[in-house]
Structures are given as C-alpha cells and as structure tokens.
Design a protein around this ligand. Sequence first.
Ligand code: S3P
Length: 166
Amino acid sequence: MENVVLVGPMGAGKSTIGRGLAAVLKRSFVDADAEIEKRTGVDIPTIFEFEGEEGFRQRETEMLRELLERENIVLATGGGAVMRPENRELLKQHCVLYLRVPVTEQFRRTRKSRRRPLLNAAGDPRKRLEELFRVRDPLYQEVATIVLQGRNQRVRDAVRAACEAL
Ligand code: S3P
C-alpha cells in the first residue's frame, strides 16, 4: 500500500492523529518538520530567521521527496507543504488525508505556540490563519484522497474514520 500522508493547516492535529493512525496500522510515523529539525540541528523558527520562508520551503521540498521514497510510512507534513506545485504532484501519488479543521479551532490550538514563525510575526494571528486557509484550502482539497472534518475532530474518532476510509 502507498504511504499515508496527513495534510492540513497548523493546529489541525496532523502529528497527533498521524501517530495514532501509525500505531493502529502498525506503520512507522514520520514528521517532516521534525526530520528537517533533526537534519539541520536547529528548530523551524531558526531556519526561517536565517534562510527566510523560501529557504525553509526548499528544505521542505527536498525532505518530502526523500521521505516519500520510503514505503509504508504515515507522514505528517507542515501546513505549507501544498504550496509548491511540485510537492502537490508528489503528494497525489500517495494516500492523502486532509484534516479540515475550522479556523477558530486552528487558532485555539496554536495561540500559545512559539514555534510557528508565520503566526509569531507581526499582525493578528487569527487573520493570518484565515488568509492562509483561504489560499490553501483548495490546494489541500486538490491533493486529498480523503477529507476528514466535522465530527471527526477528536483524535480517537479521527483515527477511526481514517482507518475506515483507507
Ligand atoms: C507552516 C506550518 C508549520 C511549519 C512551518 C510552516 C505553514 O507546520 O512547517 O512553520 O506554512 O503552515 P505545522 O503545520 O505542523 O504547524
């Protein structure tokens, strides 16, 4: 079976649900952002600080390419992984779960985070999440094999729904 990839905005629960799903499916769980941090030895905000968003996107593209060569993994991606067309083409070759969480919920789950440079920059983080969602929702939809939303927001329900849908 192809790899299972979780996409969706910051605060959608990609890592939490991905980990649960991997345990149920008895597959390895991999988090793309954590792999980038491991590889570079610094955290994501530091990469943004020194290399800018473009530098981070380049690392992200390379990491996705490398990780998706593996087999039978469950992969959590960063919220912006769908921005580059080449990434979308790659993602479409796998089973992609889109965690479609409302902006209010994204905001609630990310408001205390200091690890998300796009939200920690100047400006209103809720507006930023709204803007990002407007731009990215169609892109997540474009690559999605399955869209999980509505009642499936609790981890247990989401994992169950994902397993049923796979
Ligand atoms: C980003 C989301 C983050 C991380 C980076 C950029 C984005 O990942 O990749 O800060 O562009 O939405 P999470 O979705 O895991 O927070």
